[in-house]
Ligand binder design. Structure first.
Ligand SMILES: [Fe+2]
Length: 286
């Protein structure tokens, strides 16, 4: 079943922070959830660039969403996740019963690979997001998805950031690729070239697949942090890994993926991404 939602609009105008949910967002009619999101966005805007995330006093309801989703994901990961993801998530030693603090997950990741999290108020401009990756710093949100829709989030939340990206950042081979995305965007100047790299990031780091012993496994953070996305893989149009094809392939940011790209192995994914990222130029973004 296809689901699609609009993104919240998060703004900071002269210190006045607003979060506006589109009518189809699961939190649209929930005033308490809205106020919570504003408070977390304000805290993120107050945090100096690159500084550690402030701790959040998560509520029992928020902890319950984490428990619900992570309990379901454990079984799905055994079936659908690639080996490198399973290695990465085991290094995080995440609590099962409560939301971890972003700073807590960040400290574990830093011990593993030197990568870390810093807080983000919401979706970031692409150049801002990628530039921090060059410092092995991943800007992550601290809120959790709305409790009415635990198995799919139309936007990045704590489950997506920590389980999806955190597990990858705790793995040396993967953390190196994130950093390479950052350096690549830093040396590009045109919007077209950064857009091309964003497309490749989407179809690999967010929604990528790899083959393992003939089976298709998920390696992208968006797939690995969503029960619905993992179960949707069987319904997707799965194509061979091809960075040129990714440039022109439309994708759904706020719904299940109709088209996915699959590498022959994790090593194949690494090799193709290194070749693409070191070769992409402003004048030749494809
Ligand atoms: Fe993501």
């Amino acid at each position: 079943m296809e689901q699609a939602f609009g993104y919240p609009d998060v703004q900071n105008v002269d210190g006045k922070v607003s979060v506006v949910f589109p009518p189809d967002h699961p939190g649209h009619r929930d005033a308490a959830y809205h106020d919570r999101r504003v408070a977390m966005a304000e805290a993120a805007f107050r945090t100096p660039a690159g500084a550690p995330a402030p701790d959040v006093a998560y509520t029992a309801e928020e902890d319950a969403v984490w428990r619900t989703v992570t309990t379901s994901l454990v079984d799905l990961h055994v079936k659908f996740a690639c080996q490198e993801f399973l290695e990465g998530i085991s290094r995080l030693q995440l609590p099962a019963d409560r939301l971890p603090q972003l700073s807590e997950a960040s400290a574990r990741i830093q011990q593993c690979t030197g990568a870390r999290f810093s807080p983000a108020p919401g979706m970031l401009a692409p150049r801002d997001f990628y530039s921090s990756l060059a410092e092995r710093r991943f800007q992550a949100t601290q809120y959790i998805r709305h409790p009415s829709l635990p198995h799919f989030s139309p936007e990045p939340d704590m489950i997506h950031e920590i389980i999806g990206h955190g597990s990858a950042l705790a793995h040396d081979r993967w953390a190196d690729i994130y950093e390479l995305f950052g350096h690549t965007v830093r040396r590009l100047s045109t919007r077209e070239a950064v857009g091309a790299v964003s497309n490749v990031f989407w179809f690999t780091m967010e929604t990528g697949l790899v083959r393992e012993d003939g089976d298709v496994k998920a390696c992208g953070a968006s797939l690995l942090s969503s029960c619905g996305e993992l179960e949707n893989i069987a319904r997707a149009d799965i194509r061979p890994l091809d960075t040129a094809a990714m440039q022109n392939q439309p994708y759904v940011v706020t719904g299940y993926q109709p088209v996915l790209f699959c590498a022959e192995s994790f090593g194949d994914l690494e090799e193709v991404l290194r070749r693409y990222l070191t070769g992409v130029r402003d004048e030749n973004p494809g």
